[in-house]
Ligand binder design. Sequence first.
Ligand code: HSE
Length: 300
Amino acid sequence: QEVRVFAPATVANVACGYDVLGFAIDSPGDEVVVRHCDKPGLHITAITGDDGKLPKAPEKNTAGVAALDLLRHLGMTDRGIEMEIHKKMPFGSGLGSSAASAVAGAYAVNKLIGEPLSKQQLLPFAMAGEASADGAWHADNVAPCLLGGIVFIRSNDELDVAQLPPPADLWAAVVHPDIEILTKVAREILPKDIPLVNATQQIGNLGGLLCGLIQSDYGLISRSIHDVIAEPRRQKLIPEFYKAKRAAMSSGALGFSISGAGPSVFALCEGETTANKVGEAISKVFSSVSLENQIYVSKI
Ligand code: HSE
Protein backbone atom coordinates (compact mmCIF):
# COMPACT_ATOMS: atom_id res chain seq x y z
CA GLN A 1 0.00 0.00 0.00
CA GLU A 2 1.17 3.49 -0.90
CA VAL A 3 -0.13 6.89 0.19
CA ARG A 4 0.55 10.03 -1.87
CA VAL A 5 -0.23 13.41 -0.30
CA PHE A 6 -0.24 16.94 -1.71
CA ALA A 7 0.19 19.81 0.78
CA PRO A 8 -0.47 23.32 -0.54
CA ALA A 9 1.46 26.56 -0.23
CA THR A 10 0.04 29.11 2.20
CA VAL A 11 -0.04 32.87 2.66
CA ALA A 12 0.70 33.68 6.31
CA ASN A 13 -0.09 36.92 8.18
CA VAL A 14 -2.55 38.20 5.54
CA ALA A 15 -1.25 41.73 6.29
CA CYS A 16 -2.64 42.51 9.74
CA GLY A 17 -2.58 39.01 11.31
CA TYR A 18 1.11 38.53 12.06
CA ASP A 19 1.53 34.90 13.18
CA VAL A 20 -2.25 34.47 13.67
CA LEU A 21 -3.88 34.36 10.23
CA GLY A 22 -3.21 32.42 7.04
CA PHE A 23 -4.84 30.86 4.01
CA ALA A 24 -4.08 28.00 1.63
CA ILE A 25 -3.77 28.38 -2.15
CA ASP A 26 -4.34 25.71 -4.82
CA SER A 27 -0.76 25.56 -6.06
CA PRO A 28 2.19 25.21 -5.74
CA GLY A 29 2.57 22.53 -3.08
CA ASP A 30 4.78 19.68 -1.89
CA GLU A 31 4.19 15.98 -2.37
CA VAL A 32 5.06 13.18 0.03
CA VAL A 33 4.75 9.48 -0.73
CA VAL A 34 4.90 6.83 2.00
CA ARG A 35 4.73 3.05 1.97
CA HIS A 36 5.34 0.16 4.36
CA CYS A 37 8.72 -1.59 4.29
CA ASP A 38 10.37 -4.48 6.14
CA LYS A 39 13.17 -2.48 7.74
CA PRO A 40 11.92 -1.05 11.08
CA GLY A 41 11.89 2.74 11.49
CA LEU A 42 11.29 5.72 9.19
CA HIS A 43 13.53 5.98 6.11
CA ILE A 44 13.62 8.86 3.65
CA THR A 45 14.55 7.13 0.41
CA ALA A 46 14.28 10.00 -2.08
CA ILE A 47 14.06 13.78 -2.14
CA THR A 48 13.51 15.68 -5.39
CA GLY A 49 13.24 19.39 -6.22
CA ASP A 50 15.47 20.54 -3.36
CA ASP A 51 18.76 21.03 -5.27
CA GLY A 52 20.32 18.62 -2.82
CA LYS A 53 19.73 21.01 0.09
CA LEU A 54 17.57 18.82 2.33
CA PRO A 55 19.02 16.19 4.66
CA LYS A 56 17.73 12.64 4.30
CA ALA A 57 18.08 11.92 8.02
CA PRO A 58 14.44 11.92 9.20
CA GLU A 59 15.25 13.75 12.42
CA LYS A 60 16.79 16.63 10.44
CA ASN A 61 14.04 17.02 7.90
CA THR A 62 10.72 18.82 8.50
CA ALA A 63 8.60 16.04 6.97
CA GLY A 64 10.63 13.44 8.86
CA VAL A 65 10.43 15.27 12.20
CA ALA A 66 6.65 15.63 11.89
CA ALA A 67 6.21 11.95 11.01
CA LEU A 68 8.59 10.77 13.76
CA ASP A 69 6.84 12.95 16.33
CA LEU A 70 3.53 11.39 15.38
CA LEU A 71 4.90 7.82 15.44
CA ARG A 72 6.48 8.45 18.83
CA HIS A 73 3.17 9.74 20.19
CA LEU A 74 1.44 6.58 18.95
CA GLY A 75 4.22 4.27 20.20
CA MET A 76 4.88 3.05 16.66
CA THR A 77 8.49 4.03 15.98
CA ASP A 78 9.31 0.41 15.08
CA ARG A 79 7.01 0.42 12.08
CA GLY A 80 8.94 0.12 8.82
CA ILE A 81 8.03 3.14 6.67
CA GLU A 82 9.67 4.54 3.54
CA MET A 83 9.13 8.18 2.63
CA GLU A 84 9.76 10.15 -0.57
CA ILE A 85 9.63 13.96 -0.55
CA HIS A 86 9.00 15.92 -3.72
CA LYS A 87 9.58 19.65 -3.20
CA LYS A 88 7.61 21.68 -5.68
CA MET A 89 8.11 25.14 -4.31
CA PRO A 90 11.20 27.20 -3.53
CA PHE A 91 12.77 27.61 -0.09
CA GLY A 92 12.68 31.00 1.58
CA SER A 93 9.81 32.05 -0.69
CA GLY A 94 7.23 33.15 1.89
CA LEU A 95 4.90 30.43 0.66
CA GLY A 96 5.17 28.12 3.66
CA SER A 97 7.49 25.60 2.03
CA SER A 98 8.72 23.94 5.23
CA ALA A 99 5.20 23.92 6.67
CA ALA A 100 3.89 22.11 3.57
CA SER A 101 6.49 19.37 3.89
CA ALA A 102 5.79 18.99 7.61
CA VAL A 103 2.04 18.75 7.06
CA ALA A 104 2.48 16.28 4.21
CA GLY A 105 4.81 14.10 6.33
CA ALA A 106 2.44 13.88 9.30
CA TYR A 107 -0.68 13.52 7.16
CA ALA A 108 0.73 10.81 4.90
CA VAL A 109 2.04 8.65 7.74
CA ASN A 110 -1.22 9.00 9.68
CA LYS A 111 -3.12 7.85 6.60
CA LEU A 112 -0.76 4.91 5.97
CA ILE A 113 -1.25 3.53 9.48
CA GLY A 114 -5.04 3.65 9.27
CA GLU A 115 -5.82 7.23 10.31
CA PRO A 116 -5.70 6.88 14.09
CA LEU A 117 -5.79 10.70 14.40
CA SER A 118 -8.08 13.30 12.87
CA LYS A 119 -6.73 16.15 10.74
CA GLN A 120 -7.11 18.55 13.66
CA GLN A 121 -5.21 16.20 15.97
CA LEU A 122 -2.24 16.20 13.56
CA LEU A 123 -1.63 19.92 14.08
CA PRO A 124 0.93 19.67 16.94
CA PHE A 125 3.00 17.09 15.04
CA ALA A 126 3.08 19.12 11.84
CA MET A 127 3.98 22.15 13.98
CA ALA A 128 6.90 20.30 15.53
CA GLY A 129 8.15 19.55 12.01
CA GLU A 130 7.98 23.15 10.90
CA ALA A 131 9.49 24.51 14.12
CA SER A 132 12.50 22.26 13.49
CA ALA A 133 13.13 24.29 10.32
CA ASP A 134 12.72 27.90 11.37
CA GLY A 135 12.99 27.61 15.16
CA ALA A 136 9.81 29.63 15.73
CA TRP A 137 6.38 28.41 16.81
CA HIS A 138 3.65 29.92 14.65
CA ALA A 139 0.75 28.01 13.09
CA ASP A 140 -0.17 30.51 10.38
CA ASN A 141 1.29 28.32 7.60
CA VAL A 142 0.82 24.85 9.08
CA ALA A 143 -2.84 25.26 10.16
CA PRO A 144 -4.25 26.50 6.82
CA CYS A 145 -2.07 24.00 4.94
CA LEU A 146 -3.51 21.14 7.00
CA LEU A 147 -7.10 22.32 7.35
CA GLY A 148 -7.59 24.32 4.14
CA GLY A 149 -9.19 27.72 3.57
CA ILE A 150 -8.60 30.66 5.86
CA VAL A 151 -7.56 29.88 9.41
CA PHE A 152 -7.34 32.21 12.40
CA ILE A 153 -5.10 31.23 15.31
CA ARG A 154 -6.33 32.54 18.65
CA SER A 155 -3.32 31.06 20.42
CA ASN A 156 -0.17 29.55 18.96
CA ASP A 157 0.79 28.10 22.36
CA GLU A 158 -2.53 26.32 22.82
CA LEU A 159 -3.01 25.70 19.09
CA ASP A 160 -6.52 27.07 19.37
CA VAL A 161 -7.51 27.61 15.74
CA ALA A 162 -10.70 28.45 13.85
CA GLN A 163 -11.52 28.07 10.14
CA LEU A 164 -13.32 31.01 8.56
CA PRO A 165 -15.83 30.75 5.72
CA PRO A 166 -14.33 32.57 2.70
CA PRO A 167 -16.59 34.91 0.70
CA ALA A 168 -17.86 33.20 -2.47
CA ASP A 169 -15.78 35.19 -4.96
CA LEU A 170 -12.60 35.93 -3.03
CA TRP A 171 -9.42 35.21 -4.97
CA ALA A 172 -5.73 35.61 -4.27
CA ALA A 173 -3.01 36.63 -6.70
CA VAL A 174 0.35 35.56 -5.28
CA VAL A 175 3.60 36.50 -6.98
CA HIS A 176 6.98 35.04 -6.12
CA PRO A 177 9.96 37.10 -7.27
CA ASP A 178 12.98 34.86 -7.60
CA ILE A 179 14.92 36.11 -4.59
CA GLU A 180 15.38 34.35 -1.25
CA ILE A 181 14.58 35.76 2.19
CA LEU A 182 15.25 33.67 5.27
CA THR A 183 12.31 33.73 7.69
CA LYS A 184 14.76 33.91 10.56
CA VAL A 185 16.25 37.16 9.19
CA ALA A 186 12.82 38.64 8.42
CA ARG A 187 11.75 37.92 12.01
CA GLU A 188 14.91 39.39 13.51
CA ILE A 189 14.35 42.78 11.89
CA LEU A 190 11.01 43.22 13.66
CA PRO A 191 10.92 45.23 16.89
CA LYS A 192 10.35 43.42 20.19
CA ASP A 193 7.97 46.14 21.38
CA ILE A 194 5.52 48.23 19.42
CA PRO A 195 3.81 51.51 20.31
CA LEU A 196 0.29 51.22 21.68
CA VAL A 197 -1.02 53.30 18.78
CA ASN A 198 0.24 50.69 16.28
CA ALA A 199 -1.19 47.82 18.33
CA THR A 200 -4.59 49.53 18.32
CA GLN A 201 -4.48 50.10 14.55
CA GLN A 202 -3.43 46.51 13.89
CA ILE A 203 -6.14 45.05 16.16
CA GLY A 204 -8.75 47.25 14.49
CA ASN A 205 -7.66 46.06 11.05
CA LEU A 206 -7.49 42.41 12.06
CA GLY A 207 -10.97 42.56 13.59
CA GLY A 208 -12.23 44.36 10.48
CA LEU A 209 -10.68 41.76 8.17
CA LEU A 210 -12.22 38.86 10.10
CA CYS A 211 -15.65 40.55 10.13
CA GLY A 212 -15.33 41.36 6.42
CA LEU A 213 -14.48 37.73 5.60
CA ILE A 214 -17.35 36.36 7.68
CA GLN A 215 -19.87 38.87 6.33
CA SER A 216 -18.57 38.74 2.71
CA ASP A 217 -18.12 42.51 2.93
CA TYR A 218 -15.47 43.23 0.29
CA GLY A 219 -15.36 46.93 1.22
CA LEU A 220 -14.57 46.12 4.84
CA ILE A 221 -11.96 43.55 3.75
CA SER A 222 -10.34 46.21 1.57
CA ARG A 223 -10.30 48.86 4.31
CA SER A 224 -8.76 46.34 6.73
CA ILE A 225 -5.82 44.86 4.77
CA HIS A 226 -3.10 47.04 6.26
CA ASP A 227 -0.06 46.02 8.24
CA VAL A 228 1.53 48.77 10.32
CA ILE A 229 3.96 46.43 12.13
CA ALA A 230 5.84 44.00 9.87
CA GLU A 231 5.33 45.39 6.35
CA PRO A 232 7.04 48.77 6.91
CA ARG A 233 10.19 46.96 8.12
CA ARG A 234 10.15 43.93 5.81
CA GLN A 235 9.40 45.77 2.59
CA LYS A 236 13.04 46.89 2.55
CA LEU A 237 14.00 43.28 1.75
CA ILE A 238 11.77 43.24 -1.35
CA PRO A 239 12.91 45.44 -4.26
CA GLU A 240 10.13 47.57 -5.83
CA PHE A 241 7.66 46.57 -3.10
CA TYR A 242 5.69 49.83 -3.09
CA LYS A 243 5.72 50.02 -6.88
CA ALA A 244 4.21 46.51 -6.97
CA LYS A 245 1.66 47.56 -4.35
CA ARG A 246 0.61 50.59 -6.39
CA ALA A 247 0.32 48.43 -9.52
CA ALA A 248 -1.87 45.89 -7.68
CA MET A 249 -4.15 48.52 -6.16
CA SER A 250 -4.59 50.42 -9.40
CA SER A 251 -5.49 47.13 -11.14
CA GLY A 252 -8.39 46.60 -8.74
CA ALA A 253 -6.96 44.61 -5.80
CA LEU A 254 -8.80 44.83 -2.47
CA GLY A 255 -5.46 44.88 -0.67
CA PHE A 256 -1.82 43.90 -1.03
CA SER A 257 0.94 42.88 1.35
CA ILE A 258 3.81 40.47 1.94
CA SER A 259 3.10 36.74 1.96
CA GLY A 260 4.52 35.38 5.22
CA ALA A 261 8.08 36.58 5.64
CA GLY A 262 8.42 37.34 1.90
CA PRO A 263 9.68 37.79 -0.77
CA SER A 264 6.35 36.56 -2.21
CA VAL A 265 3.57 39.12 -2.12
CA PHE A 266 -0.16 38.61 -2.35
CA ALA A 267 -3.24 40.58 -3.31
CA LEU A 268 -6.79 39.74 -2.34
CA CYS A 269 -9.28 40.35 -5.15
CA GLU A 270 -12.96 40.06 -5.86
CA GLY A 271 -13.32 37.73 -8.85
CA GLU A 272 -10.92 35.66 -10.95
CA THR A 273 -10.60 38.16 -13.78
CA THR A 274 -9.38 40.88 -11.44
CA ALA A 275 -7.01 38.44 -9.71
CA ASN A 276 -5.43 37.51 -13.07
CA LYS A 277 -5.03 41.17 -14.02
CA VAL A 278 -3.53 42.04 -10.64
CA GLY A 279 -1.12 39.09 -10.79
CA GLU A 280 0.13 40.23 -14.21
CA ALA A 281 0.54 43.83 -13.02
CA ILE A 282 2.62 42.79 -9.98
CA SER A 283 4.70 40.40 -12.07
CA LYS A 284 5.44 43.15 -14.58
CA VAL A 285 6.90 45.34 -11.83
CA PHE A 286 9.00 42.48 -10.49
CA SER A 287 10.30 41.61 -13.96
CA SER A 288 12.84 44.40 -13.50
CA VAL A 289 14.28 42.77 -10.36
CA SER A 290 13.90 39.06 -10.97
CA LEU A 291 14.18 37.13 -14.21
CA GLU A 292 11.78 34.44 -13.21
CA ASN A 293 8.79 35.40 -11.17
CA GLN A 294 5.88 33.07 -10.74
CA ILE A 295 2.21 34.07 -10.55
CA TYR A 296 -0.25 31.86 -8.68
CA VAL A 297 -3.92 32.77 -8.89
CA SER A 298 -6.18 30.83 -6.59
CA LYS A 299 -9.70 30.87 -5.25
CA ILE A 300 -9.65 31.04 -1.48
N1 HSE B 1 4.13 34.62 10.51
C1 HSE B 1 5.41 34.22 10.04
C2 HSE B 1 6.27 35.45 9.82
C3 HSE B 1 5.27 33.47 8.75
O1 HSE B 1 5.75 36.44 9.31
O2 HSE B 1 7.44 35.43 10.19
C4 HSE B 1 6.58 32.98 8.23
O3 HSE B 1 6.39 31.92 7.37
